[in-house]
Design a binder for this molecule. Sequence first.
Ligand code: FEO
Length: 405
Amino acid sequence: MEEVFKAKKITDKVYWVGVVDWGLRNFHGYTTHRGSTYNAYLILADKVTLVDTCKYPYREELLARVSSVIDPKRIDYIVSNHSEMDHTGALSWMIEQVRPEKVFASVMGAKTLKEHFHWDVDVVPVKTGDTLDLGNMKLSFIETRMLHWPDSMFSYLEDEGILFSQDAFAMHLAFSCLFADELDRGLVERESATYYANILMPYSPLILKLLKQVKEMGLRLEIVATDHGPIWRRGEDIAWILGLYEKWALQKPTRKAVIAYDTMWGSTDLMARTIADGLAAGGAQVKLTPISGSQRSDVVTEVLEAGALLVGSPTLNNNMFPSVADVLTYLKGLRPQNLIGAAFGSYGWSGESVKQVREVLEAMKVDVVGEVKSKYVPSGEILQGCYSLGLQIAHRLDEKVSRGV
Ligand code: FEO
């Protein structure tokens, strides 16, 4: 395998030895339209160090890429920045192949790795500010608890100015190049936003704290090497992605309104389109997302930069539509903030869906401005109510944007 899977050089001393998963389409419920990568890094210091591994099925590819640079048995240290199995699935196997002198993880990581693998490997716990002497280089650590697991941490190679940031600043995007500046900027922004919305959004308050901490530490960031997708190597690109993270984490009000809905015989669809017309007439930027033609993760990505979320569902067997329940369950866990919203939908006789949707929105702390229900097919009066609801929400968004809160 080492004949074909080669390492890629980042600097004279640091190589990418990860895996490209072109075929990945589902990452625990998040639709990955363009695959992903599991990045691992080899530091050729006096103490040769491997940072992170990959999913278990790709272990031979990882080993081959390492072997294309050095004999894997020369690896002295393995650092695990994050215990999730897309980065540690191959860890036990790599330890057996390499027999490193030591394995390092955060304090929580040392614990969770044992809970994952039920092994007797001694993992050295490290905490923020600890440094690891690699002989001619130095690696330091920053715990990033709940970004996005309790064990998560950054490793920083001072000598080269490289921050190994695990899932932070990452994206699910398979590539044949290596660096973000080699890819279309629009694509990079879209995939970064999708990743943030689906993985990191619940931890936005912690991200704001971390961004402040990184700024205060005054780290020289020459390269940000993530665990998924391309590597950031230009100063302006690193500043750009840090700026986007700050914007996404703040979740300030915008004029964008997302309507997510499903329909049974077209009535809820007609209501959605009428509400959209009212929103547009009021100056909102509308994004209509029929759930039947969308992935839950794409709906969530639309919500990331939205100020309003309107959810429509027909009633089916005394419940909201299963597809709407799916999206709401997923979205609730991702804890979007600072949204106003509305519930709407059609029904035949019992009509529970609108109340149920409203309850979920309220549980998500969405400020629910109103609701509209239609028995069977919407009448002109009901459609007028939908249009007015759209207008009302557009005006509320205007107020919020003007006040900036
Ligand atoms: Fe890429 Fe949280 O694992």
